[in-house]
Design a protein around this ligand. Structure first.
Ligand code: ADP
Ligand code: GLC
Length: 477
């Protein structure tokens, strides 16, 4: 039994912009099955403060990075939370990271340094009789934790720190003149610790200071060590290779359960998808068609390869396929998608963020498209598997590890679950669209893909066991 303080900038269902929230929200219950006691520290954004059950102040700070703050112990959706109530940092309208104009809040480094500082404080001092054996930080927003732990208790006695990389593209950098404002030690502003090309990097602080580093799939753990995927941190990671492991994400099988999902017409076998498909077409204003109905649910960014979809689309549409897309993100991509949809009968685009619609798309779609240039794990292909929605994915990161490509050999052995394409180019995606359309026209083969997909173990059991063992290996308690 390990006591774990998990620290993150998002946690479903309270606050979510992407898969990080799903993972942080689902892992504690999965770990409880192994006897681990996880409490999760998150920022008290406005939306979070409104959703807490039984909030109770447990720590007070007179001045936490520019204002008074406190930590509340609270519950939500079965999670044991610590919430950093710091109105000067988090009581704002809009997204956790961005102001109304769509750019980062200028004080993001301080906002998440405060989160990390509070985490180190809780870890060092404990809350009542509860003190963690291990601190588990997620992404750059938790990166300074080992720095503060070091400052508060020195290297020898400090609580072990596990750092998980969900996406190495975000470094949480700030200029060197913010050292004091971020309460960091000048003498540690070196390449060994958190100096990165003259800047302060929260991500690097986490990578150099962690006892163990994990990322969210085995393939991404290898990719991260290469210049192509490392985003400048590949050298730092290679130096720590002995402490890096990949633990693939699972999904919350209660939240994503086709037999009981309140958003859909529930089904036990893929045949039950038909009624959902009809409803989904109606919801998106799509007519009947002969080819597969593909769905795509995503942040609209370069990472996600949305531009490739626009280029390769004729190969899907010319074979009677359709695409229903839900997403929000880069304005250029949003505009390009809407313009294209206005001219294509079989492309329907919904710009926005809609959790319920995401469920209905998984239930009604024939195939789920994930054409990412890089993808640490990816969750939508896992939802697809669970809902018998055949994944059509790029061969990268977690998408490599979670889908079994319908190669002739895999089809012959009856083990395929989806289609993978490589390299991640519009040409290869266009070819993959023709493959998925061909497979869809072979009813027995398609039924086998759906059946195999629905049998995949996409829950947290195995991966939670790996985290639990990792915590136990570090815990001194
Ligand atoms: P990432 O974290 O890189 O965005 P993941 O595939 O790990 O990618 O997780 C994305 C999560 O966000 C999934 O739960 C997905 O369903 C959800 N999501 C993304 N965009 C939307 C949207 N526009 N509406 C509803 N859910 C979305
Ligand atoms: C990140 C990655 C995604 C991963 C998610 C949860 O946002 O982009 O691939 O599934 O984190 O770990």
């Amino acid at each position: 039994m390990t006591r774990v303080l998990s620290v993150a900038s998002e946690c479903a269902p309270l606050v979510k912009t992407g898969g990080l929230a799903d993972v942080v929200g689902a892992l504690p219950a999965a770990l409880a099955a192994f006897g681990d006691d996880v409490r999760t520290l998150i920022p008290g954004y406005r939306a979070v403060m409104g959703g807490l059950e039984k909030p109770k102040p447990v720590v007070e700070f007179d001045d936490l990075f520019g204002g008074a703050a406190r930590v509340l112990a609270a519950k939500n959706a079965g999670l044991n939370l610590f919430v950093l109530d710091a109105p000067h940092l988090f009581d704002r309208a809009g997204s956790p990271y961005l102001g109304d104009d769509g750019s980062d809040w200028p004080d993001n480094p301080e906002r998440f340094a405060a989160l990390s500082f509070a985490a180190a404080h809780i870890a060092t001092e404990g809350i009542g009789r509860w003190q963690p054996d291990v601190v588990h930080g997620h992404d750059w927003q938790a990166g300074f934790i080992p720095e503060y732990l070091h400052a508060m208790s020195g290297d020898d006695s400090r609580i072990p720190f596990v750092f998980t990389i969900h996406n190495i593209a975000f470094h949480g950098n700030s200029s060197a003149d913010r050292l004091a404002a971020l309460r960091l030690s000048d003498w540690r502003f070196t390449a060994e610790h958190f100096e990165f090309w003259g800047q302060i990097s929260a991500l690097k602080a986490g990578l150099t200071g962690a006892d163990k580093i994990t990322t969210v799939s085995k393939t991404y753990a290898e990719e991260l060590m290469t210049p192509e995927f490392g985003m400048g941190m590949d050298g730092v990671l290679r130096a720590r290779a002995a402490d890096v492991t990949g633990i693939v994400n699972g999904i919350d099988k209660d939240v994503w359960d086709p037999t009981s999902d309140p958003q859909i017409k529930p089904f036990k076998t893929a045949k039950g998808k038909r009624a959902n498909k009809t409803a989904l077409r109606k919801e998106f204003g799509l007519s009947e068609a002969d080819g597969p109905l593909c769905v795509l649910i995503s942040r609209l960014t370069y990472q996600k390869g949305i531009d490739l979809v626009l280029e390769a689309l004729p190969s899907l549409l010319s074979r009677g396929g359709q695409l229903a897309l839900l997403g929000s993100g880069d304005t250029e991509l949003e505009v390009a998608l809407l313009e294209r949809a206005a001219n294509e009968e079989n492309l329907a685009v919904n710009i926005g963020y809609d959790e319920g619609l995401a469920h209905r798309m998984m239930a009604g779609g024939d195939a789920v498209l994930v054409p990412s240039r890089f993808e640490p794990c990816g969750l939508t292909q896992l939802y697809g598997l669970r809902y018998g929605t055949v994944p059509l994915v790029a061969l990268t990161g977690g998408l490599s590890d979670t889908v079994i490509n319908a190669s002739p050999a895999a089809l012959a052995q009856g083990v395929a679950t989806g289609v993978q394409f490589s390299p991640v180019t519009a040409g290869a995606l266009a070819h993959a669209f023709t493959r998925i359309c061909d497979l869809y026209q072979m009813p027995d083969t398609w039924a086998m893909l759906q059946k195999n997909a629905m049998k995949q173990p996409v829950g947290w059991e195995t991966s939670a066991a790996e985290y639990s063992a990792l915590y136990a290996s570090l815990s001194k308690g």
